[in-house]
Each structure stands twice: as structure tokens, then as C-alpha cells.
Design a protein around this ligand. Structure first.
Ligand code: PNS
Length: 161
């Protein structure tokens, strides 16, 4: 069974990697797909986000890195995949996730959304909080892999953060 794990991944954190790692063990293939949506203000371009994902997930044979535009359900149909995985951290995620799942269900009744509960140690972690800590010079080594940390530091130094 193939699953799509969609998101912004701006940038990928240990929280995302934990979900991908667990999905890679349970499913035949995981398609990690970066939303290519120009209206959202991201720190990294889609290519940069995909490149970081490829680097941190290079040891997985059954993980594909891709990107998508437009509706997630249309993309899922194009990929011939009827299962979407999302991570759930805290109750605060629930409302947004529920809304997305219900909208997606209305749009495509054969596509299911399933949730993987984030490990407790990552339940507070988000790309936004990592960017904020990095912007103010804090230590982010326990939130993201080295290659992501380096990319973040360079972005911030270059004044694009
Ligand atoms: O990492 P994020 O930002 O929480 O991921 C959100 C994402 C990419 C899963 C969501 O924004 C999405 O699926 N966008 C595509 C547009 C879409 O299908 N919208 C209708 C469902 S809300």
C-alpha cells in the first residue's frame, strides 16, 4: 500500500522524519509531497525543501520526494493513491486536520485520511517554531538534522529569513 504524506516542510524537522520513518515501516511506499503554493510565504523554495528532504531521507528505499500544486485529492488521484497520512501533535492540531479531512472527503469520497500521533518528544515541534528559534540565534540541533540546521543558518545570514 502506498501513502502520501503531504505538507509544507519549510523546513523538514525531526517531527516529520519520525512520522515518515514510521510510515516507511508500515507501508510499501511513502510519497512525501511538498505543497508548491506560491500564495504561502515560505522561507525555502520548493526545490530547496525537496532537496533537504532528499538529503535527510536518502537511506530510505521506499520513500519518494515529490511536490504538488492545487488540490491534494487531485494530486492523490494522479498518483493513484487513496491514502493520505498526517501527523497529529496536540489537540490544537485537531480542528484544522478535521476540517481538511472532511473537505477532502467531500471532494473525493474514496480517499481516506489517516493520522499518526506524534511521539511525545516531538509534540511541541513545528517548522515555524524552529525558524523562530533559529532567527534569534537559539540552538536548533535537537529539532532538525545538521544539514537543515546549516541551510537555516545560511538563509538567516543571507537576510532571507
Ligand atoms: O504542513 P502543512 O502546511 O500543515 O500542510 C498542509 C497541506 C499541504 C496538507 C494542505 O494545505 C493541503 O493539502 N493543501 C492543498 C490544497 C487543498 O487540497 N486544499 C483542500 C483541503 S483543505
Amino acid at each position: 500500500m502506498v501513502v502520501i504524506y503531504p505538507g509544507s516542510f519549510d523546513p523538514v524537522t525531526y517531527g516529520h522524519i519520525d512520522i515518515i520513518n514510521r510510515c516507511a515501516k508500515k507501508f510499501d511506499k511513502v510519497i512525501v509531497s511538498v505543497l508548491n503554493n506560491s500564495s504561502k510565504k515560505n522561507m525555502f523554495t520548493v526545490d530547496e525543501r525537496m532537496d533537504l528532504l532528499k538529503k535527510v531521507l536518502e537511506n530510505y528505499d521506499n520513500v519518494e520526494i515529490d511536490s504538488f500544486n492545487g488540490l491534494l485529492v487531485d494530486y492523490a488521484k494522479k498518483k493513484n493513491c487513496s491514502l493520505i497520512v498526517r501527523g497529529l501533535r496536540a489537540v490544537s492540531d485537531f480542528e484544522y486536520e478535521m476540517q481538511m479531512a472532511l473537505v477532502n472527503k467531500k471532494l473525493a469520497k474514496d480517499i481516506e485520511t489517516i493520522y499518526m500521533v506524534a511521539q511525545g518528544e516531538y509534540s511541541y515541534l513545528s517548522s515555524s517554531i524552529v525558524k523562530e528559534v533559529a532567527t534569534f540565534g537559539g540552538d536548533i540541533s535537537c529539532f532538525v538534522p545538521k544539514v537543515v540546521e546549516k541551510a537555516l543558518r545560511e538563509k538567516i545570514k543571507g537576510g532571507q529569513g
